[in-house]
Ligand binder design. Sequence first.
Ligand SMILES: NC(=O)c1ccc[n+]([C@@H]2O[C@H](COP(=O)([O-])OP(=O)(O)OC[C@H]3O[C@@H](n4cnc5c(N)ncnc54)[C@H](O)[C@@H]3O)[C@@H](O)[C@H]2O)c1
Length: 214
Amino acid sequence: MSHTIDHKLDASLITKPIMMNIPASKAFTYPILVASDLLAHPEKWLPTDWQKKRLVIITDDNVNKIYGKHLSTILEQAKPLLLSFMPGEKSKNSQIKLNLEQRMIQAHCDRDTLILALGGGVVGDIAGFIAATYMRGISYIQIPTTLLAMVDSSVGGKTGINVPQGKNLIGAFWQPTCVIADMNCLSTLPQVHLINGLIEAIKMFATSDAKLFN
Ligand SMILES: NC(=O)c1ccc[n+]([C@@H]2O[C@H](COP(=O)([O-])OP(=O)(O)OC[C@H]3O[C@@H](n4cnc5c(N)ncnc54)[C@H](O)[C@@H]3O)[C@@H](O)[C@H]2O)c1
């Protein structure tokens, strides 16, 4: 792990250290579902007790109009909290993150809250980082709606925000409990973002899999 450092303590120290043992965390796997109509049937992939859970849908205003409000209606039994912010890279910042977190606190979201990160890479990165830090870490599901988010950013647990000094400089590795890629979402995606995602996919094959690239 990147944060383990070998401390070679100086022999002149007058006190012996008390050693803190951290148990190794368990390896785990999570499902990635790629299919059509997944958003129309969240009961098929949500935890079985979803009606009793505090659900928070985090999305941006574009995705909210097309999918967020609809998903919120389907999940109305759980009275989900629907949080939306201005679309685009400029929103991936600490002010927006804090604003979303404060709205979650006001709504009494606790450690059992489940975040649904519904949107492209911007939503996934910021909602994932909120999940990593809210009450020291809560669960979240990645629901990528752009091709780039489906093929890249929703998988692997990289979360974060931008600061004036650079992109993605503040963040955490925090894995989702599952990834839901509904192919229907690509039907509304503007062509420029479709091309973006395709280029990302081609780049991945070009750098890691000659057979699939060909
Ligand atoms: N975490 C990672 O591993 C990782 C990897 C690659 C990129 N990223 C990050 O991803 C971000 C870029 O993601 P992106 O390209 O998805 O951009 P984005 O999230 O800004 O989405 C692009 C635009 O498409 C709109 N949109 C999203 N889904 C839509 C849909 N189904 N129909 C219509 N409109 C839709 C959004 O509102 C937005 O305006 C960057 O911040 C980048 O740093 C993260």
